[in-house]
Design a protein around this ligand. Structure first.
Ligand code: M6R
Length: 614
């Protein structure tokens, strides 16, 4: 939830750290703070609110220049978002500073123990306890890294911690458990961050830290151990995108850029997965044909937008692969007695690969010996490491809090998986799979076409900025699209927005319809005549009750025109692939409506990009 940066090298640490925080602000923006070591002294600065407030404070009162430092951008868990609770937190002597992402679950007990021992705690946070524990452990000797290892052994919960100490002026020390932390390896300088975008302007060489590891970062090198101090094996990797991918590139918001990048993201996610003979190659799933044939049930677990991709996966998997498929909110999955076995394949979908609920669901499935496949966008994140296989979506960095290009690429990934299973299990003829793969390959151009026709959608969105509520209806794969449209509007425009399965309308939701209420309806292709005609009836029913109908239908669908106050046409594609084109207008709609209301669409209130706490 929070963003973390650490630096040691030859450059002014404050500049590197603040630049890194700017790239990580999407992770949390309740407050920001920095700590720099200069001339053996620790200087800290922190401010509630967005990074701009901290920048202003630093300009007014610049800290002494140093070449070692760290910074934090916060999404509040313990204690309100004010200056006092902003990180870094320091110990009683002011010589140790700590920043933290996650939740220390036994902090109340640690805090009581510290207070009894005479420590004065100045904030409401769980983090501050760590600074004081370090103070005590440093007295026992062994230096900052050893002190942090000892402290970590006492902590429960999820944490990334980074600490600096005036007594160890050449080292930044970090620790991770269930929360992300990556190392950037530079030349005479090294970096620590919650994700690579923080240091991508300086280096594309990174080290993935494992669970329960402590890293010592010096200008000349990096040392990693486990919490007991034993040297740990680490995995190095090269980041395959550069700094331009993490910048706005002329757009007002990252979200606008990411919506526009979707044709490329879809194309990149298909790349290298279709052989010259038209057969799918998904070695990344790390499942032999025999294992895939043994699978008798698939369970998809995910949260938020990724969950909506999971709902669409169910239609694709059941239709193409002929396997029963359940879709479960990751946060509910492990608290239910789900029936899993070694022949169950659990697919966990997560853009960030750090969503705690998704990670916990994966661990729960692992305990029950199910096979695990991840769909993830972030290389080096935790989820891929905990799964047997992973299909990376090649969306590139998604920085806006609202997920857009990640969703479309997750859909591509689930289509590929469903078709691949069909290919291996022979549930569809080879030429049927091939024909669908060819249609998939044409989707980037279809998405591009949608993007070219979005001006009327933007106009419509602006005209609805004064509304209090918008409903979304869909059937079949249009139902998860309706849910996704509603979620985008909620999180960006802070409006009451709800998605319904159109068939459920008469079982209750129709009571919500009143004069001029905007209702967005996603219409299935005409080729699905029964579904199509039923939803056209639904449109008539709501219009008869005064709703303002906004209809998304395929080009050339004349039957909906008479009942649509606004008609948004999208290219005609097969039903299962339709979410790739029908979701895009809903993203544009939410983004424009929120902008018209004056909201910051990249950083909606109360939210953060990755939800790394349960
Ligand atoms: O990183 P993940 O895909 O696991 O994130 C899951 C949700 O938190 C995420 O999709 C969230 O719902 C988005 N902000 C929606 O736009």
């Amino acid at each position: 939830m929070c963003g973390i940066v650490g630096y040691v090298g030859a450059k002014p640490a404050l500049d590197v750290v603040v630049e890194g925080l700017a790239r990580l602000e999407y992770r949390g923006y309740d407050s920001a703070g920095v700590a720099v070591l200069a001339d053996g002294k620790l200087a800290t600065a922190k401010r509630a609110g967005k990074l701009g407030n901290l920048r202003a404070a630093l300009e007014e009162e610049p800290p002494p220049a140093g070449t070692l430092g760290m910074g934090h951008t916060r999404w509040a868990t313990h204690g309100p978002p004010n200056d006092r609770n902003a990180h870094p937190h320091v110990d009683c002597t002011g010589s140790v500073a700590v920043i933290h992402n996650g939740i220390i679950e036994n902090f109340a007990e640690l805090r009581a123990e510290l207070e009894e021992a005479g420590h004065g705690l100045a904030s409401d946070t769980d983090t501050e306890a760590v600074a004081h524990l370090l103070e005590d452990e440093l007295k026992a000797g062994g230096g900052l890294a050893e002190a942090l290892r000892r402290v970590c052994r006492r902590l429960e919960g999820a944490f990334t911690l980074v600490a600096v100490h005036t007594g160890d002026p050449d080292v930044v020390v970090g620790a991770r458990r269930n929360s992300p932390l990556v190392v950037g390896v530079g030349d005479g300088e090294n970096f620590l961050a919650s994700d690579v975008s923080a240091f991508i302007a300086h280096t594309r060489d990174a080290i993935e830290l494992g669970q329960d590891q402590v890293v010592e970062l010096r200008a000349g090198g990096v040392q990693v151990t486990d919490f007991e101090g034993r040297p740990a094996e680490v995995q190095e990797y090269h980041v395959d995108w550069d700094v331009s991918a993490a910048e706005k590139g002329g757009y007002d918001y990252f979200m606008l850029k990411e919506i526009a990048e979707q044709p490329r993201a879809v194309a990149d996610t298909l790349l290298g997965r279709i052989g010259s003979d038209g057969r799918l190659r998904l070695d990344e799933m790390r499942m032999s044909d025999r294992e895939l044939r043994e699978v008798d049930k698939i369970i998809v677990v995910a949260c938020g937008t990724s969950y909506h991709a999971g709902l669409i996966a169910k239609y694709a998997i059941e239709h193409w692969a002929g396997l029963p498929c359940e879709v479960e909110l990751a946060s509910e999955f492990r608290y239910r007695d789900s029936i899993l076995s070694p022949t169950t394949l659990v697919i966990a979908i997560s853009q960030s690969g750090e969503t705690m609920d998704a990670l916990m669901a994966v661990r729960h499935a692992r305990e029950q010996k199910a096979k695990l496949l991840g769909i993830c966008n972030v290389n080096g994140s935790t989820l891929p490491r905990e799964c047997d296989g992973v299909l990376y979506t090649h969306a590139g960095p998604e920085i806006a809090v609202a997920s857009t290009k990640a969703f479309l690429t997750q859909l591509v990934a689930v289509y590929l998986i469903a078709l691949y299973i069909a290919q291996v299990r022979g549930t569809k003829w080879g030429d049927e799979v091939f024909a669908m793969v060819q249609l998939l390959e044409r989707m980037p151009e279809k998405v591009e076409k949608v993007l070219e026709t979005m001006e009327p959608v933007r106009e419509l969105a602006r005209s609805l900025a004064g509304e209090r509520c918008v409903l979304f209806l869909g059937r079949h794969v249009g139902f998860p699209v309706a849910l996704e449209g509603a979620l985008k509007l909620k999180e960006l425009a802070y409006m009451h927005a709800e998605g319904f399965a159109a068939g459920e309308l008469k079982h209750g939701p129709i009571a919500l319809i009143e004069k001029d209420l905007p209702v967005v309806v996603v219409v299935p292709p005409r080729a699905r005549a029964v579904l199509h005609d039923k939803i056209v009836s639904n449109i008539q029913e709501i219009r008869a009750r005064g709703a303002r109908t906004i209809v998304i239908a395929e080009e050339g669908d004349e039957s909906v025109g008479p009942y649509a106050d606004t008609l948004i046409s999208v290219p005609a594609v097969p039903t299962l692939l339709q979410p790739l084109v029908t979701t895009v207008p809903l993203q544009v709609f939410a983004c424009e409506l929120a902008t018209a209301k004056g909201h910051d669409v990249d950083q909606p209130r109360n939210l953060a990009k990755s939800v790394t706490v349960e």
